[in-house]
Design a protein around this ligand. Sequence first.
Ligand SMILES: C[S@@+](CC[C@H](N)C(=O)[O-])C[C@H]1O[C@@H](n2cnc3c(N)ncnc32)[C@H](O)[C@@H]1O
Length: 308
Amino acid sequence: MSIPESTEPLDDEYRDTVEYCGRAFSKYSLEAGTYFAPVDEEEIERLELMHNVLSKVFDNRLIFPPMATPRSILDCGCGAANWAVEVAEQHPDCEVLGIDVSPHMLPDHPPRNLDFQIDDLNSRFTFPGNSFDLVHSQMVAGGIHASRWPSYVRDIYRVTKPGGWCQIVEMYLNAQSDNGRLTYDHALSKWSSRYLNTLSPRKNPRAALSMAGWMENAGFVDIESKLITLPMSAWSTESRDQRIGRANRENIKELLATAALYPLTEQTKMPMEEFEQLISRARDEAGDPSLKAYFPLYVFIGRKPGRR
Ligand SMILES: C[S@@+](CC[C@H](N)C(=O)[O-])C[C@H]1O[C@@H](n2cnc3c(N)ncnc32)[C@H](O)[C@@H]1O
């Protein structure tokens, strides 16, 4: 199939990167105010680390709803496509489509049943209704405009087949601890408030807290949500959580810097030296077992009424 010429300039625009503080960012994402994390090799490696952590958290399950073998899956904001590749490999008869605003992290040799589309999820979906057995959306809160969320969830509903499911996973990047030792004076708390306040009000980094309501309003039924304590390091006395925390240590170390670099130093003009000190202290605290720090991780599933 030949690609219409008129789409080419847009494709080029999506391909450009800009370098900032030694990291590569999508030029389109920064200029359009879409997404502010890097899209380079280091981020690909971090996303793989995060995928491995989530595999431990979810006991190697990729799909949570109780559904028969899916035939078509949409992965929104697929990133380096770790989830999409595994799901495509596990379901060779299923067509998987990954969408991302950035083509930079996509694998060169995906399974033959996995395709990609470069697009901004802040625009309304153009897919025909009732297209996918499962729509997956994971960790895209940094890139969905705050005002877009309700219609984003409605779009997910529209393109889900009757009887099909959505699966949404978001981490709320607000450092927490349940033992009372993490105070407002800790760098982790300052990191969280600076990061969350910088992203707001254009983005909604607290989107997970409203998700179930948006899903219900969109029409989803059998909605289930789960809040998981995702330890930043191996502080737990329980062996499973200790393994998860150990695996998550490196992911969190990287995430603290990658998520906040552009928002804090470019958007709020925090001096680089202050940023580096904040990150260094926050990393130490994330690894301090006495603080028992974690990020809340939210998981949602919902079914579109009807039969597949
Ligand atoms: C933190 S990564 C998560 C990637 C993947 N879902 C995962 O869990 O490993 C966020 C991804 O969402 C993409 N993204 C963010 N906002 C987007 C938008 N508005 N449209 C399309 N992709 C978006 C980013 O380019 C990035 O690849």
